[in-house]
Design a protein around this ligand. Structure first.
Ligand code: FAD
Length: 328
C-alpha cells in the first residue's frame, strides 16, 4: 500500500494558545491513519507564541512544525494558504486533516483547488480500504438523513472532520519533534484583518461539554437570557436553531445545524426545538440529549434520551433549580 503516506494535521489553538480538543482528536485520528498508510504524522501549527502549544501536541507523537510569526496571529486565508502550501509542496502523496471549522474549511478548499486533489468535508470518519489502500470517507448527506461513504480519485486527499468523532489520544511512548520553521511571510496581500470581535463563549460552542439550545418557541431574547443562565451554571454555551438567528435574538455564530456549527457535547439540552433534520444533523452525535417541548409529538423526542412535555416557561425554572440543587 503506497497510495498514501504522510498525514498532516492542521492544528488550531484557543485564545489561551492551547491546542483545541478538536486538534488533539485529529492528531488521534491522524495517528491511526498514518499507521495504516505507513506514513509519518505531522502537525502544522501557524500563529504567534505557539511554542508551548506545539510541545503539547508533540506529546501525542506528532512531529510538529511551528511557524511562529506575528503576521499569523489572525487567520488570513491567503497568508495561511501560502505557508501551508510551501510545506505540502515538498511531499508527493499525503493526507491533510483539518477540523470542520471556519479555518479548516476555508484553508482546505483553497489547498485542494490549488493542488488539484480530492477534498471531502464535514466527515465523521475515515477508513483505509484494505485491498487497495484507498481512503473511504464517511459523512452525512441529505440533511443528515443518510450516511454516505465516499472516495476520491486522487492519491492525495484532504478532509475536514467534525469535532468529537475521535478521542484525544493517550500520550505516545515517544514524543514527536518540534521544529520552528523560518518562513518569509509576505505582507502585501489582499486580505487584512482590521478588527476582531471576540467572545470566548461563541468561540467555544464546538468544544463546550454542555450546550443549551433554544428554538423558535423561546419567543425572543428574554427566553435566551434564561438559557444563558442555565448554560453558565453548567459551564456550557448557548446554541440555537436557525429561526432565532434569523429573528436576530441571538448571534449567527450560535446556530447549530447543517448550515451552522456541528456540535457533539456530552449533554445537549434542546428547549422549544421541534427537531428538524437540518438541526439534528448538527447535534445528533451528542452524548445525552434532553428535550423540553410543549408538543408531545415533537420530532426531537425521537432523538432525545430524556424529555419533558411542557411549556419551557414552566419547566425550565424547575429544571434549572433542580440542577442547581443537585450540583450544589
Ligand atoms: C437550507 C436550509 C438550511 C437550514 N439549516 C438549519 C440549521 O443549520 N440549523 C437549524 O436549526 N435549522 C436549519 N434550517 C431550518 C430548519 O428547516 C427548521 O426550520 C428549524 O430547525 C426549526 O427550528 P425550531 O425547531 O426552532 O422551530 P420550529 O420548527 O418552529 O419549532 C418550534 C418548537 O417549539 C415548541 N414550542 C413553542 N412554544 C413553546 C413553549 N412555550 N415551550 C416549549 N416548547 C415550545 C413547538 O412545539 C415546536 O416544536 C435550515 C433550513 C433550510 C431550508
Amino acid at each position: 500500500m503506497d497510495n498514501y503516506r504522510n498525514v498532516y494535521v492542521i492544528a488550531e489553538v484557543t485564545d489561551e494558545k492551547k491546542p483545541t480538543e478538536h486538534t488533539l482528536e485529529l492528531v488521534g485520528l491522524g495517528k491511526n491513519l498514518a499507521k495504516q498508510t505507513g506514513g509519518k504524522l505531522f502537525a502544522l501549527l501557524l500563529g504567534s507564541s505557539l511554542r508551548e502549544a506545539a510541545e503539547e501536541i508533540s506529546i501525542f507523537g506528532a512531529d510538529v512544525t511551528v511557524v511562529d510569526n506575528e503576521k499569523l496571529a489572525d487567520y488570513n486565508p491567503l497568508i495561511y494558504f501560502s505557508v501551508v502550501a510551501k510545506f505540502l509542496e515538498k511531499d508527493s502523496s499525503f493526507v491533510v486533516l483539518a477540523g470542520h471549522t471556519s479555518l479548516g474549511e476555508d484553508l482546505l478548499l483553497r489547498l485542494a483547488y490549488s493542488f488539484e486533489v480530492g477534498l471531502v468535508t464535514d466527515c465523521i470518519g475515515i477508513d483505509v480500504e484494505n485491498s487497495a489502500g484507498n481512503l473511504v470517507f464517511k459523512r452525512y448527506v441529505y440533511g443528515g438523513n443518510a450516511l454516505a461513504t465516499q472516495k476520491v480519485r486522487t492519491n492525495t486527499a484532504m478532509s475536514t472532520l467534525r469535532a468529537r468523532v475521535g478521542d484525544v489520544p493517550t500520550a505516545a511512548e515517544q514524543k514527536g519533534e518540534v521544529n520552528l520553521a523560518e518562513i518569509e511571510i509576505e505582507e502585501d496581500l489582499a486580505i487584512r484583518v482590521r478588527e476582531k470581535e471576540v467572545s470566548l463563549k461563541e468561540l467555544n460552542l464546538e468544544d463546550a461539554p454542555v450546550v443549551v439550545s433554544g428554538g423558535r418557541g423561546m419567543a425572543g431574547e428574554e427566553g435566551f437570557a434564561k438559557l444563558e443562565d442555565l448554560a453558565s451554571f453548567l459551564n456550557g454555551v448557548v446554541g440555537a436553531t436557525r429561526p432565532p438567528v434569523d429573528a436576530g435574538w441571538i448571534s449567527p455564530t450560535r446556530q447549530v445545524g447543517i448550515t451552522g456549527k456541528i456540535v457533539a457535547p456530552e449533554i445537549y439540552i434542546a428547549v422549544a426545538i421541534s427537531g428538524s433534520s437540518q438541526h439534528l444533523s448538527g447535534m445528533g452525535e451528542s452524548g445525552t440529549i434532553i428535550a423540553i417541548n410543549k408538543d408531545a409529538d415533537a420530532y426531537i423526542f425521537k432523538t432525545a434520551n430524556y424529555g419533558v412535555v411542557g411549556k419551557w416557561q414552566e419547566v425550565l425554572p424547575a429544571f434549572s433549580d433542580e440542577v442547581k440543587r443537585l450540583l450544589g
